[in-house]
Each structure stands twice: as C-alpha cells, then as structure tokens.
Design a protein around this ligand. Structure first.
Ligand code: EPU
Length: 418
C-alpha cells in the first residue's frame, strides 16, 4: 500500500496543465468504442488506475487495447466480441457498467455483473435497466448478473427518475444504434455526458441536446471508429483551486474550462478567494483567511458531490461554521472520521455535516476511503501542523494521475512514498 507524506506548505504559486479526465470521461469513451469495428484513438488519457481496470475489461470482452506513450489509448473492437463482463472487473470500477449499453446494441445480448455499492453509498442501476427495457430489451437479473437481449433496440421516450450520469451515458450509447428516435428526459447535464455525446457524433451517431436535460438520439444502422481528445478533468481542476484556497497563493490552471466549475468558483469567491476565467483556463488567488459557507451537492450544474469531501476539508479551517448537505450519495461522510483525527470539528447527522472551523489542524496518519476523500486528506495535510501521512493512495490514484506531482509543481510539500 503506497502512502503520501504531506507537510505544511506556504502559499501555492505557478501555472500547471490540468490532466485529462480519464476516470470519469475517458473510460466511458472506451466502453463506447465497442459500438464500432475499427480502431478508436483516445488522447489526453493519463494513466490512472481505473484505466488499467477498464483496459483489462475491454480485453476480456474481445477488444484489443494498446496504451501508447503517456496519454493515448487505442481500442480495436474489430474482432468478435464476448459480451460478458465478469464480476471481478465490474466490481472494481463503476465505469465498467457502461459496457452494457454498447454490448447490447452491437451484439444483441450482454451479460454484465451487477456492480453493487461502494465506499460512498449504495449505487443502484435500476434506471439503466428500466431504460433498456423501455427500448425493447428483455432485461433480467440472474445470479448477480444483468442479462439483456434485443435483436435491435427501438427508440422511445425515456424519463429518468433522477439525472443519473451513468444511466444517461449507458442509454445514450444503446439508443445510438436503435431503430428510430430516442428522447431522454431529465438527462444528466454533466460535461462528461457532453464529451461522450460529441464522441458518438464523431462515430457517425446523431445525438442532439447533450448538456441540457433533454437529449434526442436518432438511431443509425452502424457507427465507425473515431478519435477523441478527452476533456480536462474538472475535478482535478477544482481540487487544485481548493488547495490554493487552503494554502493561499496564486495559481493558473491551463486546459480547464470555467463553465465546468462555475458554481465551485462562485462558492470559493464567497469564501474570500478570487477566481476567474483566462483565455486558456482559470486563475485563482487566495489571501487571508477563508470564510465558511453552506454547501449542498446537486447534479450539474449544481455543486458536484465529488468536491464535497474537499469542501469539508476547506470548511474545517475556515472562519465560522458551515452546513454541508450531501444530496447525491447516502454514505459519503465516511472520510469525516479521518479529518476529525486531524483535529477538525465536524458533526454529521444523516445527509448533513456541521463543520466548525478550527484555527489549525494537526498532522496525523490517516486513511483514504475513496478517491476524493483521499484528496481532501492531502489538502488538509497542507495546512496541518507537522506531517500527515495519507494511506490508501491506491484510491487517490484511481482518478488523479499524479496528485503529489501537480501539487509539488505549485510549491506544496507532498511526496509519494512506496
Ligand atoms: N442511481 C440510482 N439508480 C440508477 C443510477 C443511479 O438510484 O440507476 C443513484 C446512485 O445510487 C447515486 C446517484 O443516483 O446515489 C448518482 O449516480 P449517477 O448515476 O449520477 O453517478 P455515476 O454515473 O454512478 C458518476 C461518477 C461519480 C460521480 C457521479 C455524479 C464515474 C465513473 N463516476 O457516477 O464519480 O460522483 O457520476 O456526478 O463517472 C468520483 O469521481 O469520485 C465519483 C464518484
């Protein structure tokens, strides 16, 4: 198990490029590559752990995956596919469930393990299954596997109970090869959905409205392999903005898009930071203490749940008290115990956390329970007295290509110890 040693850091300073969103966008486009024979090339895909698992899964499904250089992935889905996704791989990363729609659409049947819950709460797939059934598939669950069949899906109007990112993506990928038109109402509006829709369009699909809550997909008979440049990771960008807020300083982020982080920027400004768009990314400055502000997570364009643990770490050293409400997951406050071990004053009750800012945290050995919890603990370490050792770095590395590296480039004292 790797660990990070984090020591108190002075103000951050510098300009860094934000990595590509391999975990939350790139892996979905790998799954979508199954829709067409030929070689798909995905760029701006830095090596994170979830990429390795997705590559293993694609290989098990009969595709050929090649990792080229430091950030290119090629997927060749020309050969015969084996539409069966094993539990050992699906249980490890959520994005793997995104192979269900493409496999069903291309092969006419699919058997994909049910993913189950994880360290942030129960993570159901009922909307994925109801949507596929409405598109005409025969869908059942047998021995822990989703089994779906349809000689060809038929377009229809779908209304999601909740704007689920995964369900929107899976259904979009299934509908792209369906007969007729599919409309997804209450669709997720996350930028990763738009990134995937643009890729499907480049493959010859006809997807209109991604980024709004109504997506219309006109089915086509076949798709072709295409190329894609994966969007910058907005969660990494937000993590760096918040690191600047906690440690102070002035940073510039290249490659990220302000509109992906609008509400985060607004909240950080309310806390006393200055954040603005630049021609090629974002700029942020933090001078003096932060003020606590209330936060409630919501689907995009609301305050994303993936920033919540990091925001709690920020509030724990801000002036005043904040109420943080988690509306997306039912178990995402596990990390709070670790922050408490560093001296944070946090009380949780169901979906709410009351965070009372303290003068200073104290460095301690802590364990990351998931990717964003790990990032929150690293950032807490930047403003804690003494050394913080963050264990469970394999979680952090699922989504961040090199968090210690990018923070160090901005002047933070963070080191990976093997
Ligand atoms: N949900 C259902 N039924 C469904 C689908 C979802 O009840 O059929 C519920 C889930 O249980 C959850 C909520 O809806 O409580 C949100 O789930 P959603 O489907 O929107 O999320 P996801 O696609 O499983 C992706 C990201 C998450 C991110 C969420 C929300 C990937 C691989 N994961 O998950 O990323 O939190 O969208 O933005 O893209 C992270 O990066 O730390 C992370 C957890």
């Amino acid at each position: 198990m790797g660990r990070y040693a984090v020591r108190p850091s002075g103000p951050l300073c510098g300009r860094v490029r934000v990595a590509g969103a391999t975990k939350n966008s790139g892996t979905k486009q790998m799954a979508a590559a199954l829709l067409a024979p030929g070689v798909t090339t995905l760029r701006n895909m830095p090596r994170v752990r979830d990429l390795d698992v997705m590559a293993e899964l694609m290989t098990a499904l009969g595709a050929h995956v090649e990792l080229v250089g430091t950030d290119e992935v090629r997927v060749d889905a020309s050969g015969a596919l084996v539409p069966e996704a094993p539990y050992e791989l699906v249980s490890r990363i959520r994005a793997s469930f995104n192979v269900l729609g493409p496999l069903l659409a291309r092969c006419g049947h699919a058997r994909v393990a049910l993913p189950g819950g994880d360290n942030i709460g129960s993570r159901k797939v009922d909307m994925h299954l109801r949507g596929l059934a409405a598109l005409g598939a025969e869908v059942g669950v047998e021995h822990g596997f989703v089994v779906a069949r349809a000689s060809r899906l038929v377009g229809t109007r779908l209304v999601l109970d909740f704007p689920s990112v995964g369900a929107t993506e899976n259904l979009m990928c299934a509908a792209v090869l369906a007969r007729g038109t599919t409309v997804i109402e209450n669709a997720a509006r996350e930028p990763e959905v738009t990134d995937l829709a643009a890729f499907l369009d480049r493959m010859g699909g006809r997807v209109v409205g991604a980024g709004t809550s109504t997506i219309e997909i006109e089915g086509v008979d076949a798709l072709v392999a295409a190329e894609s440049e994966i969007m910058a990771d907005r969660v990494e960008a937000g993590t760096l903005l918040m690191a600047c807020g906690m440690a102070g300083g002035e940073i510039e982020l290249v490659g990220t898009r302000f509109e992906h982080l609008e509400l985060v920027a607004m909240k950080l400004c309310e806390m006393g930071m200055r954040v603005s768009a630049t021609p090629d990314g974002m700029w942020a400055q933090a001078q003096g203490p932060l003020r606590a502000v209330d936060i409630a997570t919501l689907p995009h364009p609301g305050f994303a749940t993936d920033f919540m643990p990091i925001a709690v770490a920020m509030m724990s050293v801000a002036q005043g008290s904040a109420i943080v409400t988690e509306n997306v997951y039912d178990g995402r406050f596990q990390f709070v115990d670790e922050l408490r071990r560093m001296g944070a004053d946090i009380h949780t009750e169901g979906r709410h956390a009351v965070v009372r800012g303290v003068e200073r945290l104290s460095g301690a050995p802590v364990v990351a329970s998931d990717v964003r919890a790990g990032a929150a603990l690293v950032l807490a370490g930047l403003v804690a007295e003494g050394e913080t050792v963050v264990y469970g770095t394999e979680h952090v590395e699922r989504g961040y290509a090199d968090l210690p590296g990018v923070l160090s480039a901005l002047g933070a004292d963070v080191e990976r110890i093997d």
